[in-house]
Design a protein around this ligand. Sequence first.
Ligand SMILES: Nc1ncnc2c1ncn2[C@@H]1O[C@H](COP(=O)(O)OP(=O)(O)OP(=O)(O)O)[C@@H](O)[C@H]1O
Ligand SMILES: [Zn+2]
Length: 721
Amino acid sequence: MNRVRILVLNAALGPLDYSVPGDMAVEPGSVVIAPLGPRTVTGIVWDDGRLPGNDVPASKLRPLREIVPVPPLAAPLRRLIEWTADYYCAHLASVARMVLSSGGALGGPTVTTEYRLSGGAPERMTAQREQAIAALEGEQGTIRELAAIAGVSEGVLRGLVNQGAIEPVSVSIDRPYPPANADYHQPSLSDDQMAVAKELVDAVNARGFAPFLLDGVTGSGKTETYFEPVAQAIRMGRQVLVLLPEIALTENFLARFEQRFGAAPVQWHSSLKSTERRRAWRAIASGDAQVVVGARSALFLPYADLGLIVVDEAHEVSFKQDDGVRYNARDVSVMRARFEEIPVVLASATPALESLHMANSGTYRKLELPSRFGGAELPAIHLVDLTREKPASGRWLAAPLIERLEERLVAGEQSLLFLNRRGYAPLTLCRNCGHRFQCPNCSAWLVEHRLSARLACHHCGLETRPPDACPECGEGDCLVACGPGVERIADEVAELLPEARVAVATSDTLGSPERAARFIAEVEARAIDVIVGTQLVTKGFHFPELTLVGVVDADLGLEGGDLRAAERTYQQVAQVAGRAGRGAKPGEVLIQTRHPDAPVIAALADGDRDAFYAAETEARRDAGAPPFGRWAAIIISAEDEREAREASVRLGDTRPSASDLMILGPAPAPLALLRGRYRYRFLVNARRSANLQDTLRDWLGRQEVPPGVRIGVDIDPYSFV
Ligand SMILES: Nc1ncnc2c1ncn2[C@@H]1O[C@H](COP(=O)(O)OP(=O)(O)OP(=O)(O)O)[C@@H](O)[C@H]1O
Ligand SMILES: [Zn+2]
């Protein structure tokens, strides 16, 4: 090969052709550095004939500069990149960047400096130095890590380095991970678990594409069950990817993984340090990383020999990425498994309707775990009709729920209250003039967070201190909180049950793996009586002493009424209900609602999942919604309102007409202003027969848009704002 076309990692540039110097051996998938004008670019050598390009005469081609010393991306991964870009109407370069996402992995130093106690004492001892030396016995890490461990500032540790009490050590970034042992601790599986595990192990042995839906009730032991095919892949020397929806769930998973396999898996998520990312990326690409557990971005890593993918809590909305390449990791997992020719397991107690439909139509194999492990019963579910049982004014917990909370406290058992609203109150206004506090960058209210004494926008991240006086009328000390968030419910519990130890569990309080781990440890040590949490604590957690779950407002998710509102409500409530009574003691669930007769609420109360899914399926069929038809959202945005509006009107004028595709809009998006950009939206509803992506590409590609206007395409959207 002396002429190659490379996919350049820059979406603004198309594929480019280069010549290959005689002493350079490249193959499709090789990562290379190429000259471009006075600079260089990184790119991936692509298969002949698969990328469009211009036919520069051979004599004009510039030679590649060098090969990056990492394994070439394998053909299945190259096909996945192509498929993802094509399906989600994204740039190939943007998808490829996700594969090479650890910039440092491609070059950079291979050693880093860590620190540890030298055994010597500092010339001058202070209380803080003493504390640090006591805490750092046996520890090694960066100054920042050690400061966190010792609970002192980095300055204190630097002082100790200068005085020789702490010494630098040079460590290899690419040092190997401790190996997982497939047979470290074999649990004894129930008959149901064994039957399911056997099918999955057989599929791993068969080395072919095989999609599974592992549909098991909460507490059925899905994790222990899918650990068996994981073990088999380890025995075969192949790699495994386990995708989890939230970092907060990772700690729990890590502990169980270590118990089963005697070593931790390799982690991949956004809060990894750059040296850890580099180490993980390289181990994944070389094949040394046996089992990788990660967030959705782990899906695009260059596994050397992938043998199995597991998507746990596969129904979770957070597998959908809503910026950059807008992909759904659950769906792309299945495509990756198909290209790699391996099994993929989607595990859930509340599968997405789309997944269930694929299973019922035979495209996926359905494996069921119909009962809880160890004879635990599913919890009893009761509705609390808030139109009859009214909470006291300014309160949100009704009498029956308060009574049950008291009972649990007396019995020394734990309770969980679920409300999917972070902060103290979703809306703040001025008592005097009615002014509502709104984000200046977004069409959204600012949410009061009392724990951090801030007003925050949950869309753009803006935070301000609550003002002393109303900015509108100048009245002092006039702010009123409207409606509840988890912090406010926690306050209510503290007032009602002063002796209860209450913890708020949200992404604000459990944002990092360390904080999540501390929270779990506290609950397990029974240092917490009542957890008040958002969707973050609805799934995955296993707290045996937790016997009461209260859903503060089951109607909340039904407001706004997007396509998946009923399904999401069902999933959230069923998942949070599933946290109750997982140990020896039976669990009970109270669902507060103003609409006890709404079909989804009634189905939850009756535990009639099949009825709910059947009704929801028919509603989707009538609406031409997934899985029977498809949706796409197109968002046109600009900092200038008029520019955004005019661009969307012009786009509307050139809309294609097709019998199997309907384009609604343009209309101001529900979030008409986001991060300082005005937004207009089209919604596209297509029959399954329609060629949705080609039609969109053709339509949007024809359009000239001013430089300040952006067009975003969201295929199979989850967010309708
Ligand atoms: N075969 C087994 N041997 C011993 N313990 C088991 C076994 N199977 C499951 N368990 C235990 O039962 C509990 C519930 O299992 P697990 O958390 O995997 O359920 P799950 O199906 O993932 O539930 P959810 O969907 O609610 O998260 C856990 O503590 C788990 O360790
Ligand atoms: Zn905002």
